[in-house]
Write a protein that binds this ligand. Structure first.
Ligand SMILES: Cc1cc2nc3c(=O)[nH]c(=O)nc-3n(C[C@H](O)[C@H](O)[C@H](O)COP(=O)(O)OP(=O)(O)OC[C@H]3O[C@@H](n4cnc5c(N)ncnc54)[C@H](O)[C@@H]3O)c2cc1C
Length: 394
């Protein structure tokens, strides 16, 4: 393996019946910024490549180019209309290892091309599943739920990777992942084994990216790019799973029509049942819908059956593993503000957080931070809202 075996950033685009998801445009934006610096620094001509699968989707390729892609590889096939992991994985694998496609993207790099250098997926339910199966087929590593990317030349000494000797890894993607509710960042590297005793390449360096963290580039209708068509190859085995009918199940928890959402997190811990009742009262005064953080849907506290089945349910989770909301007012009670939660509510117009810890990351995301325990703050809010209502009615 040599460094020239890997070229370009391939981005797996998601869309719903032809409507491109925001996160896909965000990934293109970040890849564009990253590669512009990269090409300047390394005097190279590597490209931002969008990989688009579906049926009757060629028309949306132009949108991807306007948002920063140099090339769109479009696999348009009736069997690809809906995401099915087996055939999507196979198609992406075919695209990622296709030298003819690479020759169209940049002829100069085609002879040596083996794999993309980097590959991005969305950190949503489809992207997380696909990224794991695609990278398993490509026999490389994967970092999940990333919110910062840096390319660097690193000196690494590692018993297995480098045989204990210091070695330089050029153009390494440092993938940052928020952990411990956003209080710590873990840096994940996907490194080739350069140790002569156990050489193996680990490319593409790949990750899934949290929606809402990177900026979309302002679309430029005059941007030029190429559209490359790919014809996927399936065999009978691949098509054993068929979609006969498809219904989108609408959630019973209606966040969209409410102006206010009151959400709570693990901060209810000191008296979960009473605190949920208190939050329910506040929500009722505000005619608000109630949301929760992901850990609460895993039922970490003992509460009555009625409270459990009404509130501690996956349908109420807000964030990358749940719903994306954008009410006029979002009240976060006992929520630390992990990136995975924030990306589901940061489009709210006005955000209030109640938390005794002023170092909680939610403080940087809210318009009003009330430092205090919910047990002290929420009753005052309820009382004040009731008083205000009486004034309005009088
Ligand atoms: C792949 C992946 C996907 C994820 N997806 C999601 C997702 O979609 N949505 C999501 O929410 N999370 C998600 N998470 C989890 C996320 O990383 C955080 O762990 C989670 O959001 C933290 O929940 P929390 O704020 O309720 O709890 P904590 O982080 O434990 O925070 C509790 C907060 O309550 C405060 N507190 C304590 N006592 C009180 C009190 N008396 N009154 C008021 N405040 C108090 C504390 O100071 C603290 O800030 C995901 C994680 C991973 C790895």
């Amino acid at each position: 393996m040599t460094e020239g075996d890997y070229r370009h950033v391939y981005i797996i685009i998601e869309h719903e019946e032809g409507k491109i998801l925001q996160v896909s445009l965000e990934m293109i934006g970040e890849a564009r910024r990253m590669l512009d610096d990269f090409n300047k620094k390394y005097s190279s001509k590597e490209k931002v490549v969008a990989v688009l699968l579906g049926h009757n989707i060629k028309d949306i390729s132009g949108v991807l180019i306007q948002h920063g892609a140099d090339a769109v590889i479009c696999s348009d096939h009736p069997e690809l209309r809906y995401v099915r992991n087996t055939i999507y994985t196979k198609t992406i694998f075919q695209i990622a290892t296709d030298r003819e496609i690479a020759a169209k993207i940049e002829p100069e790099y085609a002879i040596q091309f083996k794999r993309p250098r980097y590959m991005f997926f969305a950190a949503d339910s489809i992207g997380r599943h696909l990224s794991s199966t695609v990278l398993a087929h490509l026999e490389s590593g994967l970092a999940s739920d990333i919110n910062k990317l840096v390319v660097g030349d690193l000196q690494i000494t590692h018993q297995n990777k480098t045989g204990g000797k210091p070695m330089t890894y050029e153009k390494t993607l440092e993938m940052y992942r928020p952990d411990f509710s956003g209080f710590l960042w873990t840096t994940i590297l996907c490194l080739d084994n350069k140790n002569p005793a156990m050489q193996k390449d680990y490319h593409p360096q790949s990750c899934s990216i949290i929606p809402g963290v990177f900026e979309i580039i302002k679309p430029d209708p005059s941007r030029k790019g190429m559209i490359i068509e790919h014809v996927p190859k399936f065999d009978a085995q691949d098509l054993r799973v068929r979609i006969i009918d498809r219904k989108i199940i609408k959630s019973e928890i209606d966040f969209d029509s409410r102006k206010t959402i009151v959400s709570f997190g693990r901060g209810i811990k000191d008296s979960p049942e009473q605190n949920i009742k208190m939050i329910e009262e506040l929500a009722s005064e505000l005619d608000a819908q109630i949301g929760i953080t992901l850990p609460l849907s895993k039922k970490p506290f003992s509460v009555s059956q009625a409270t459990d089945s009404s509130y501690l349910i996956p349908d109420r989770v807000i964030g990358i593993s749940g719903r994306k909301v954008s009410p006029k007012v979002y009240i976060a009670i006992g929520i630390s503000g992990a990136m995975q939660h924030i990306s589901g509510m940061r489009d709210s117009e006005f955000i209030v957080a109640i938390n005794p810890d002023e170092n909680a990351p939610i403080k940087d995301e809210c318009d009003v931070f009330i430092k205090g325990r919910m047990e002290d703050v929420v009753p005052i809010m309820i009382e004040e809202i009731r008083k205000q209502k009486q004034v309005v009615q009088a």
